[in-house]
Design a protein around this ligand. Sequence first.
Ligand code: SAH
Ligand code: SF4
Ligand code: F3S
Length: 456
Amino acid sequence: MAYRIFLQTFGCQMNEYDSELVRSLLKARGFAFTEDQEEADVILMNTCAIREHAHNRVFSHLAKLKTLKRQRNLVVGVLGCMAQNLKTELTETQPLVDVLVGPDGYRRLPDLLISAIEHQAKGLAVDLSEYETYEQILPDRAAGVNAWIAVMRGCDNFCTFCVVPYTRGRERSRNPEGIIEEAQELAGRGYKQITLLGQNVNSYQYGTWDFARLITAVADVPGIQRVRFTSPHPKDFPPALLDAVAGHPHICRQIHLPVQSGNNRVLAGMGRCYTRKEYVGLVDNIRRRADIALSTDIISGFCGETENEYMDTYGLVQEIEYHSAFIFKYSERKNTIAARKYPDDVPEPVKSQRVTRLVELQKTISVRKNMALLGETVHVLVEGNAKKSRDQWMGHTESNVTVVWEKNHTATQPGDFVSIQVTDATASTLYGTPVSPFPLKGVEKRNSLVSKCLGP
Ligand code: SAH
Ligand code: SF4
Ligand code: F3S
């Protein structure tokens, strides 16, 4: 009988994508997958190392597995960024880990698991590669509406706070042919939306192909209605990419543009290579071109951040009025430039209250933008059941706002586009009722009301 694997994924969309690659590589070698940890021969954790919290989650999961492992034969594997980052720490302090494989080692995983299961051999594949892009490996995805495609791997930016350049190694871009074929395969299986992934998609380069050309080619694939991408780096946002976002009917008018801080001294300390003025200039440029929804990432409490410097970030959020923002407490990561150069000196309670104040501010902005849509009609890709109730559908607007409505129309299917009249709104969700024509089978219609939910 095939060995059964229980695979759990932590971390970002890139890790979700990698888990799909891992499923594909293991299925090709005869492994089976189970949703039930109790009946698994192998438990794999695909891990994240971005912040302390992510680490702690993995360690607490490992602690739980100790008991399971005492009761029966069980192989435990740690994959992903934490495996790469903590290789010696994990092998020395966690004897229960049998196999440790970093993001560039997945082709070796099937052999390592077989040795671990059949010969109780420990396995390690944590070498980073300058070339591995998993060309020719088609990720194993369940049927659906949304898919991710990694277009590049690694990161060369070395923002001083960030562990990713160490866990994922040097930047490398995938052959566009393979990416477009993957998009065609997805369209053939009924997928409607693709998100192109890279730590800094603006650095995508393959021969004469840059990211603007690539995203346009993906958006031209018949059947693919919406294309998004994450993330571009503000230091080098190419005009051709803005042209594509503003002009292509299948590229969503929505950009995730991580700012991290609104203060020049902090930005310099983070090694972000842009000033506040340059960032605001880019935002102005983007908004001058079209109604493009913006979201961001912010770190609060970075080394030496004073209250005044923090207030510069607060003021920037007030000024820009993002659609949404992910706000993180600075978490020192071993061996990063910031960990080596600067003391992590903002007290924990100060970091926490700075995050809370920004979260509250962003909430009021998001509520205001969403409330401005009351009574308007938004166009939504139907993605599946709402989280809270199977009697409701859930989807997103082009600007990536979640929409929830009652399933009172039997003809609707995931993958349809529907028009929803907004009747209620919170910071994160619009609620509404379907309006005719209904539903729009597989056809995206530009939402002329997007401007309603944008800033000044
Ligand atoms: N490559 C992506 C970011 C990936 S990490 C980009 O540059 O857009 C996602 C977010 O995690 C970052 O934007 C940053 O806000 C946050 N982050 C990264 N390292 C962190 C750290 N050490 N502490 C707190 N937040 C961090
Ligand atoms: Fe980390 Fe900066 Fe690279 Fe993003 S661009 S992954 S924040 S080093
Ligand atoms: Fe992603 Fe976490 Fe690695 S955010 S790139 S899984 S450190």
